[in-house]
Design a binder for this molecule. Structure first.
Ligand SMILES: NC(=O)C1=CN([C@@H]2O[C@H](COP(=O)(O)OP(=O)(O)OC[C@H]3O[C@@H](n4cnc5c(N)ncnc54)[C@H](O)[C@@H]3O)[C@@H](O)[C@H]2O)[C@@H](O)CC1
Ligand SMILES: Nc1ncnc2c1ncn2[C@@H]1O[C@H](COP(=O)(O)OP(=O)(O)O)[C@@H](O)[C@H]1O
Ligand SMILES: [K+]
Length: 538
């Protein structure tokens, strides 16, 4: 796993490294060297380096100097004369570079910039880094859209200019990078908000060789899960197994209005490896589900007048639920009074429980103002997994804590977890980048394509999660990793389905049929990561 940092922790880390004897000036030299090597790997004959007023520009000036010495023609564009750069560190390296052979262009017009850009094979974006806030001001607000019109390969230093490195927000314009060389450790904004759209491939610039010794001294916003980390949860099917010992799931879901959610979740749980999947659904939709899923037993539960779980549901569902390895509750269920009673009843049982969609909305409704204020409502011994998207998570923590990006999602989830406090409780914060948040750690598994943003995709994920948990029989050392495995499978169903149907045409039911292939893809990635397979998969 690789740490992702909040910006204030990056600053703290740089201070710690300085105290250990490596100055910020030395870090800038290393950053420039690494930037130059990433550019050189593209074999350019001509490079354009765009610099700004701060230390991000300093990285660019150092790289420009090194590249020019390798007989590559380098043009450096600066907003001001090198001697007028306000940052002392950047000014020093800029004046040094300008005194050598590079061609320095100060304050070019848009047309002049475009002409330089058209001649360059690679453009280095060292305009704005972690010190940037708000919307880019001129001249950068002119340079950035101009660069985005060019076809040259763009390498961003540390963060694409225009992207807020903490929030991932792009207010006006932002460099669309092919590659981002982020220094020391990835910043959270690269994964949050608009970040994933602009960063291209992320590469970490290992500026400091003793990073392992100091990285533990700062807080980690999250850690990126690498495929190899998941290997413990990737298991084959023993020949001696039977349908019950493979793992059983009860899906408590559906209503007259939304029977499909229950069908998708149940089918996904079975495809994810559970040997026995049953559905408990209101009798108003039970027959529909039976017809759609011949392999799945459906328990018809008394409905209310609107076709949702009725007043008798709680005791019947809870009695059934005790027999399963995992219970998933929520998809398409609505938030009727009967549904709320089902949710509170299931929370009292000693069975691994996944709460999704309307089960979470029921909790929000019962709590009225933030569930973390009434932690007894969800505190339990057995595993509890909640899978909210940002809006559901906002509702769970109450009005004043709106969740709108990765950072705010992690904060909200931690608030709920720290109030409820148990190693067995995990919140899967779903979004363009999904975070698996536990009491001890925050993990970021591989994200899927935007094709996953389609109605019902969350029901499929909830099914994959509950199926995965059932097959593990609660023998889990690190719940966050087991759930990261399930989220990765979902992501890969998105890639596989998009490859077959085209990015825009994927619908949630397609994802289910790719679960098996996705499991194989995750396994291959893990084996590659651990060196057991080469890049050709041999
Ligand atoms: N501090 C260190 O130890 C190291 C820093 N490094 C680099 O330094 C960068 C951070 O440097 P800085 O803190 O100087 O920050 P930046 O280089 O991001 O730039 C801050 C400058 O941008 C300007 N600015 C801010 N918002 C703006 C806006 N909306 N429109 C136009 N201009 C705006 C400010 O006037 C300020 O001069 C990192 O991203 C990284 O690239 C690397 O050299 C490695 C070492
Ligand atoms: N832009 C995106 N890129 C990648 N994955 C996304 C994106 N938007 C949503 N997702 C994923 O798609 C799923 C959507 O789930 P959810 O919002 O619960 O959908 P629904 O309620 O319709 O089932 C989540 O797993 C989420 O992480
Ligand atoms: K940059």
């Amino acid at each position: 796993m690789k740490p992702i940092l909040n910006i204030e922790e990056v600053t703290r880390l740089e201070d710690i490294i300085e105290r250990e004897g490596t100055s910020k000036a030395e870090l800038m030299e290393h950053a420039g060297e690494l930037l130059a090597s990433v550019v050189e790997a593209e074999h350019p004959s001509r490079v354009l380096v765009l610099t700004g007023f701060g230390n991000n520009g300093g990285d660019g000036w150092v790289a420009a100097d090194i590249l020019q010495q390798k007989d590559i023609h380098v043009d450096v564009v600066s907003p001001v004369d090198p001697s007028e750069i306000p940052s002392a560190l950047a000014r020093h390296v800029a004046r040094r570079t300008a005194g050598r052979d590079v061609n320095v262009v100060v304050g070019p017009s848009r047309d002049e910039l475009m002409e330089l850009g058209e001649q360059a094979d690679v453009i280095v974006d060292a305009i704005l880094g972690t010190g940037f806030h708000g919307a880019p001001r001129p001249p950068f607000s002119i340079w950035i859209p101009a660069v985005n019109e060019l076809s040259s390969f763009v390498v961003s230093a540390d963060v694409p200019s225009g992207l807020n490195a903490q929030t991932g927000v792009v207010e006006d314009c932002c460099i669309r990078a092919d590659k981002t060389l982020t220094m020391l450790a990835p910043k959270i904004g690269l994964y949050s908000g608009d970040g994933p759209e602009y960063v291209g491939d992320i590469q970490v610039g290992e500026l400091y060789d003793k990073l392992d010794e100091v990285i533990g001294d700062v807080d980690h916003a999250a850690e990126i899960v690498q495929a190899g980390d998941l290997i413990d949860y990737i298991t084959g099917l023993p020949a001696s197994i039977d349908k019950y010992s493979r793992g059983s799931v009860l899906v408590v879901a559906g209503s007259a209005s939304y029977p499909g959610a229950a069908m998708m979740a149940a089918k996904a749980a079975a495809r994810a490896g559970a040997g026995y999947v049953a559905v408990a659904a209101p009798d108003a939709c039970a027959n529909l589900i039976r017809m759609a899923l011949p392999s799945v037993p459906v328990h018809a539960i008394p409905s209310d007048s609107r076709g949702a779980f009725g007043a008798a549901a709680r005791s019947i569902v809870c009695e059934l639920a005790k027999k399963y390895d995992c219970v998933l509750c929520g998809p398409g269920m609505t938030t009727s009074a009967g549904c709320m009673q089902v949710v509170t009843g299931l929370l009292e049982l000693d069975v691994p429980l996944v709460l999704d969609a309307d089960a979470l909305n029921c909790l929000s409704r019962i709590a009225i103002d933030g569930i973390e204020k009434t932690p007894d409502m969800y505190r339990r011994e057995a595993p509890l997994i909640m899978t909210p998207h940002y809006r559901e998570l906002s509702r769970l923590v109450g009005e004043e804590d709106e969740v709108y990006d990765l950072g705010t999602a992690i904060d909200a989830a931690q608030k709920i977890l720290w109030a409820g406090g148990s190693d067995n409780m995990v919140i899967v914060c779903k979004g363009p980048t999904t975070a698996v948040v536990g009491v001890e750690r925050v993990l970021i598994p591989t994200s899927g394509p935007a094709s996953l943003a389609t109605a019902g995709s969350g029901d499929v994920l909830a099914g994959i999660i509950s199926g995965t948990i059932a097959t593990l029989h609660a023998e889990v050392d690190v719940w966050e990793l087991a759930l990261s495995y399930a989220v990765s499978i979902h992501s890969y169903t998105g890639f596989a389905a998009a490859a077959e149907y085209g990015e825009k045409s994927v619908i949630a039911t397609d994802l289910i049929d790719y679960i098996g292939e996705a499991m194989q893809l995750v396994e291959n990635e893990a084996l590659k990561d651990l060196g057991a397979l080469d890049s050709e998969g041999e």
